[in-house]
Write a protein that binds this ligand. Structure first.
Ligand code: PMP
Length: 406
């Protein structure tokens, strides 16, 4: 006897095309879909977009090193002397002496016992947080910390708590409510990437110490920008010799190239080499990158005029924007937000600025809170007075047209 099964629509697995189309549709529906602007000329204060020369206020190239002759020259020298690639992960056969020289240079610059260079700032946060934190540990993180810290913490088995942005009473509350006998890490950006404000590191370290905690500073936007010779936020607060402060950061912003670093006690480097998964399982940097970085770190120490120009430009641009009536949201660094309110307003302002020859990117929710959509401008040492004046008159025109300023 045969049994006839009831006929049902057969639903196979989701197809690749189905997944791609439905996910893209969700992004479009939420207004979150991004199509990056393409630069048709090198990363400089003036570049080219859609065939037109523009003043570039969108990069993290704080010191103008991304296309600097001294930096490129060293990259070329290392390329010719050492080849195009490292050939293996660092722990197998990919550590060249130039990698270790760069790490020695970085440790001296940061005033730490050691430094390790990883593939990017993003993977450095993943590698260090994933390595240091264990079950039974406590990690307390500022609510505005970077996505790579958030993702790094996802890898950690520790208890995770968030404190309100730069709110020292809240930091103290979280530490006192979560006693532990494990390692306690207080994690903060040195400079916050959306608002351009500086972490109150002196107070953070003071409170952390009361609870026996170590402070972990992601200085992606402070290195090359703050502190004597651009040594970073930790130096800006005179904490470089503290044994309980870790300096993490990127080599892709002020240093103009790519990579991340972790600087701290000698044993930190040793443990990361042995345990940090992005370091263990991903190939080391190509020689040209190492050469460019060694030149960049040298250049900022040799020639103080880079930082002087960066800060003179920052002060001028911010003061003029404020004078025109724009809200720069209390920024204290070259990261200069201009608040427009609704995301669509910020995106429209960014489009209008581009049509006037100024490239500056609009950011909305969820990158920044609802109602605080903005254009994030980053001033660099490479901008001339003329560049900044062009940008300011474009801002004045767009701000008036859109009713953001009177
Ligand atoms: N941390 C912070 C605070 C950042 O702003 C960034 C860059 N967006 C990173 C880490 C990641 O650095 P990288 O681009 O070198 O991966």
């Amino acid at each position: 006897m045969t049994t006839t099964l009831p006929s049902r629509p057969v639903r196979g697995p989701v197809t690749l095309q189905g997944r791609l189309t439905s996910e893209l549709a969700k992004l479009h529906a939420a207004g979150l879909h991004i199509s990056p602007r393409v630069l048709e000329a090198p990363q400089r204060a003036r570049t080219r977009i859609l065939g037109h020369e523009v003043v570039n206020l969108a990069s993290n190239n704080y010191l103008g090193f991304a296309d600097h002759p001294f930096v490129k020259e060293r990259a070329a020298q290392y390329l010719h002397a050492w080849g195009a690639g490292a050939g293996a992960v660092r722990t197998i056969a990919g550590t060249l002496s130039i990698h270790e020289d760069l790490e020695t240079q970085l440790a001296a610059f940061k005033h730490t016992g050691s430094a390790l260079v990883l593939q990017s700032g993003f993977t450095t946060n993943q590698g260090v947080l994933g390595t240091l934190l264990q079950e039974g540990d406590l990690v307390v993180s500022d609510e505005l910390n970077h996505a790579s810290i958030i993702d790094g913490l996802r890898l950690a088995k520790a208890t995770k708590k968030v404190f309100r942005h730069k709110d020292m009473a809240d930091l103290r509350r979280v530490l006192s409510e979560n006693p532990t006998e494990g390692l306690i890490l207080v994690v903060t950006d040195g400079v916050f990437s959306m608002d351009g404000d500086i972490a109150p590191l002196g107070e953070i370290v003071g409170i952390a110490r009361e609870y026996g905690a170590v402070t972990y500073v992601d200085d992606a936007h402070g290195s090359g920008v703050l502190g004597e010779q651009g040594r970073g936020t930790v130096h800006h607060f005179g904490l470089q010799d503290a044994g309980d402060v870790l300096q993490i950061g990127t080599l892709s912003k002020a240093w103009g190239v790519v990579g991340g670093y972790a600087a701290g006690p000698t044993e930190l480097r040793d443990l990361l080499i042995n345990r940090a998964r992005p370091f263990l399982f991903s190939t080391g940097h190509p020689p040209a990158v190492v050469g460019a970085l060694s030149a960049a770190i040298e250049l900022v120490q040799q020639d103080p005029s880079f930082m002087e120009r960066l800060w003179a430009n920052t002060r001028f641009f911010k003061a003029e924007l404020n004078r025109l009536g724009f809200d720069t949201f209390g920024s204290e660094t070259p990261i200069t937000p201009v608040i427009f309110g609704e995301a669509e307003t910020a995106f429209e302002a960014s489009r209008r600025l581009l049509s006037l020859g100024v490239f500056a990117v609009g950011l909305g929710f969820p990158t920044v809170p609802k109602g605080l959509a903005r254009i994030r401008n980053i001033v660099t040492a490479e901008h001339t007075q003329e560049d900044l004046e062009i940008a300011l008159s474009a801002y004045q025109m767009v701000g008036r047209e859109m009713g953001t300023i009177a």
